[in-house]
Ligand binder design. Structure first.
Ligand code: PEP
Ligand code: MG
Length: 548
């Protein structure tokens, strides 16, 4: 089957560093067409049973990893998937289709569409979410069945390089990190949330400029994120050469790590005496230990929505409190900036049943959504307040454009404080409240906004998108963002001046904070804090020490 395929080099934009050798595994997002070409009912039934066992195995493995990584609530989705695999209605529908002479893949496809349509037709949001789970589990079964086909593709438990048209943040959060070597996507850009997650996970990724055939599924490839290329079906000599280069780079990287570790206790002070706090961007409590081991002075951005994305219903106050408290306690008095829920745009959760929008990036996202979903928002605010009794916690609002929004949020925070006082719960009455500067409106109005808040943090990913009118998800305008940073730097410099004039502090937590070619500019603006993914923490410290 793979005989006619040849060695090919695909170019793209690398994310993260390093290189890896592994088998490609295509993400099966669509199901194959029904076909009547089964290998006989006994053969097809046996294939199906084998696929069910294998998917069951990988689901239970995923559940264990998710429990360790993001907590037991987050792992609940996998328990539901395991139950669905054994669901009688699903089993019966597959058996009926097999008896009609369909192949195992086609039987799963038919059963999936029967059951998911029946659930969706019940017009109940909880069951509608189960319909999506049925489709998800069935897609895994089909993926497993096709992986076991003649091409001899990568098996589910073997380390692999994931290939997908694009990955949503929730798909990325749900990936089993223990066997994932890297990503290859055909869409997305270095500022997309998926790219940010790949960087935080410290795994190489590539956004390809062109596509390649699905027939390469299961074949070996060389992914070189530093060089921005993927070699399909490499020759033995190319593979050996690449492996030797990777090994050499690994030695150099470990020497460099040794050197950088020597900087761990050095305050990040420029040669002219300006100190910058180096904070970490994290997605949840599982990343705190790594942040500390790379010397984070605090957490500058806890992307609180990642927990919501990994669940199949909104977490309640208690669940959120436990998670935030764990982070606050582990940071031992260092500042922890918890950004309130930034759902919307590319970060969607099915359980909120949000209306479809023509331009979601310009629609109900971040604080706009939270001010409409007040019950949901207040659960989170109370959890943040309660966590503030266990460390130095700050609350940060995303996607703000004006003072009205901040005041509305402050009113809700005051109500939540009142409620907690009545319940006899402890919290920090002087909790710092800040906003992200992600919109040109917030950047322009920060002198006025500093009457309303204690601090600011610049989200350059969105500030670039909204200032340059260039979708951060769209690879076609990625170069435009790279080549036109000046307007955004201008906005940041003006904002820093206005904020400092009123005695406030300003940080940067977007990806530009980790662009070392800009560090001197940020030092010149007297930015107070830079917050980056953990793999960049030590290099940033080194860079600041070199700056004037
Ligand atoms: C940003 O927009 O720069 C930011 C840090 O937030 P996010 O990437 O999560 O949108
Ligand atoms: Mg943002």
């Amino acid at each position: 089957m793979t005989k006619h395929l040849k060695t090919e080099v695909v170019r793209g934009t690398g994310i993260g560093n390093g290189g890896i050798v592994g088998k490609l595994r295509f993400l099966h997002t669509s199901t194959p067409k029904s076909e009547k070409k089964g290998g006989g009912i006994e053969v097809e039934r046996a294939r199906l049973q084998e696929a069910i066992a294998s998917v069951e195995h990988s689901i239970s493995h995923l559940q264990k990893t998710a429990e360790e990584d993001i907590g037991s609530d987050a792992a609940e989705i996998f328990a539901i998937h395991a139950m669905l695999l054994e669901d009688e209605d699903l089993q019966e529908a597959m058996e009926r289709a097999l008896l009609e002479g369909l192949s195992a893949e086609a039987a799963v496809e038919v059963a999936s569409s029967e059951l998911s349509s029946a659930l969706a037709a019940l017009n109940d949001s909880y069951l509608a979410a189960r319909a999506a789970d049925v489709r998800d589990v069935c897609a895994q079964l089909i993926g497993e069945l096709s992986n076991k086909s003649e091409t001899g593709n990568a098996s589910a438990n073997e380390p692999y390089i994931l290939v997908a048209r694009d990955l949503t943040p929730s798909q990325t959060v749900g990936l089993d990190r223990s066997t994932l070597l890297g990503f290859v996507t055909f869409e997305g850009s270095p500022n997309s949330h998926t790219a940010i997650l790949a960087r935080a996970m410290g795994i190489p990724a590539l956004v390809c400029t062109g596509e390649f055939s699905k027939e390469y599924d299961g074949t070996t490839a060389l992914l070189d994120a530093s060089g921005g290329e993927l070699t399909l079906l490499p020759s033995e000599a190319e593979k050996a050469d690449f492996e030797a280069r990777c090994a050499k780079n690994a030695v150099l990287a470990s020497q460099r790590t040794h050197f950088l570790n020597g900087l761990l206790d050095k305050p990040a002070i420029t040669k002219s005496g300006h100190q910058i706090l180096i904070y970490a961007n994290i997605g949840g409590e599982a990343e705190v230990d790594a942040a500390l081991s790379f010397g984070a002075d605090g957490i500058g951005l806890l992307r609180s929505e990642f927990l919501y994305l990994s669940l199949d219903r909104a977490p309640d106050e208690e669940r959120l409190y436990q998670s935030y408290r764990a982070v606050a306690e582990r940071m031992q008095g260092r500042r922890v900036v918890i950004r309130t829920l930034d759902i919307g745009a590319d970060k969607q959760v099915s359980y909120l049943s949000l209306p479809r929008e023509e331009n979601p990036a310009l629609g109900l996202r971040g604080v706009r959504l939270c001010l409409r979903e007040r019950t949901l928002f207040c659960e989170q605010i109370r959890a943040i307040l309660r966590a503030s009794a266990h460390g130095k916690v700050a609350l940060m609002l995303p996607m703000v454009v004006g003072a009205q929004e901040v005041r509305a949020c402050r009113d809700l925070i005051a109500e939540c404080m009142q409620m907690l006082s009545e319940r006899g719960e402890k919290y920090d009455k002087d909790l710092e409240i800040g906003i992200m500067i992600e919109t040109p409106a917030a950047a322009i109005m920060c002198r006025e906004l500093s009457h309303e808040v204690d601090f600011f943090s610049v989200g350059t990913n969105d500030l670039l998108q909204y200032t340059l009118a260039a979708d951060r998800q769209n690879p076609h305008v990625e170069a435009l963002c790279r080549e036109n940073q000046e307007p955004v730097l201008h906005l940041i410099a003006n904002a820093a001046e206005a904020i400092h004039a009123r005695g406030g502090w300003i940080g940067i937590c977007g990806e530009l904070a980790a662009d070392f070619s800009l560090t001197q500019r940020f030092c010149d603006m007297h930015v107070d804090e830079l917050s980056v993914s953990t793999p960049y923490l030590l290099e940033l410290r080194e860079r600041i020490l070199e700056c004037q």
